[in-house]
Write a new protein. Structure first.
Length: 170
């Protein structure tokens, strides 16, 4: 599939923050530089909207992080961490990301999904087939679903230059 990128192309960026955070922490013991990731994902094109899907905890330690994302021009959508009676925790934005991407698709030429989660394969295929738009995936290759990579028109592997995309990488 030919990937088209030009300065008039309208892009929407949908960031699975938890997925990227955990990949960076587990692979590199570092934090994500969301500014660098966003800049390279957009690649000089016309950014219509960038949304980071984030989880809030009871402690509320995320406030500074949310403010930093806002300063980068990234809208944040928050959801509370669910803690079940057995102590199990759940923090999942997959459906929210999918609904927003499908809803925004008519206003976009390209959807950029920043996640390595294979659960998004049906979304990528739906957008390509039903909306006719280009879908690009940006994530750490080492923790990205192979099928997700295959289903996207383009894949940007953040693992190729971890120093550029991470803060505190060793």
């Amino acid at each position: 599939m030919t990937v088209i990128k030009h300065k008039e192309q309208r892009v929407g960026v949908f960031i699975d923050t938890q997925n990227l955070y955990h990949s960076a922490r587990n692979l590199y013991k570092a934090r994500v530089n969301f500014g660098a990731v966003l800049k390279d994902a957009v690649a000089g094109r016309k950014l219509v909207r960038a949304v980071a899907y984030v989880i809030t905890t009871e402690a509320g330690d995320e406030k500074n992080f949310f403010e930093a994302l806002t300063k980068l021009g990234i809208e944040t959508k928050t959801k509370d961490l669910q803690i079940f009676s057995g102590g199990t925790k759940k923090a999942d934005w997959d459906v929210g990301i999918a609904v927003d991407a499908i809803t925004m698709a008519p206003k976009l030429d390209t959807v950029i999904l920043i996640s390595g989660d294979g659960d998004f394969i049906p979304l990528v295929e739906y957008l390509r087939v039903h909306s006719g738009i280009q879908v690009e995936v940006v994530s750490f290759g080492k923790s990205t679903s192979g099928k997700l990579r295959e289903s996207a028109a383009d894949f940007v592997d953040l693992s190729e230059n971890p120093r550029k995309y991470l803060i505190g990488v060793k």
